[in-house]
Design a protein around this ligand. Structure first.
Ligand SMILES: [Zn+2]
Length: 142
């Protein structure tokens, strides 16, 4: 169907009386979709059914598969990074230097890896920092 539907317009719908896909006149719209239609053949009024009853489940399932889904497996780490950065001020990031000491939660500005968030202390002289492209272990407190 070309163009948006409108009340009084033509739409193909399943008619439960005729048991056929037939031309219908739109009588009411809900959120841009025909809600009630009248069969142009038998004049019966009923709700809009865009598919034959047997076809509907398959078509709906295909639409769900193509629609927006949850986080992609590969993006879980990036979103964790975004979450750690949330509410933090990048202007307050400490410039990374192996001489400085960092604590979990600190923002770290690294000359080659960019902005990161310290996540864990490792045996006193190393700190794990999560960057945009993944976690890295850096030396600190030297
Ligand atoms: Zn009909």
């Amino acid at each position: 169907m070309a163009g948006p539907h409108k009340v009084g317009g033509y739409v193909e719908s399943w008619c439960g009386k005729c048991k056929l896909m037939l031309g219908h006149t739109i009588e009411a719209m809900v959120e841009g979709e025909p809600a009630r239609v009248q069969c142009n053949t038998c004049k019966s009024q009923h709700s809009y059914k865009p598919f034959r009853p047997g076809d509907a489940p398959k078509q709906v399932r295909q639409r769900e598969e193509r629609g927006p889904v949850g986080p992609q497996p590969g993006k879980a780490r990036a979103s964790h990074y975004q979450e750690l950065l949330k509410g933090k001020n990048p202007a307050l990031a400490k410039r990374y230097s192996p001489k400085d000491k960092f604590a979990p939660g600190d923002l770290v500005e690294h000359p080659s890896f960019g902005l990161g968030v310290a996540t864990a202390n490792k045996d006193g002289s190393k700190i794990e920092v999560l960057f945009d492209d993944g976690p890295r272990v850096l030396v600190h407190g030297r």
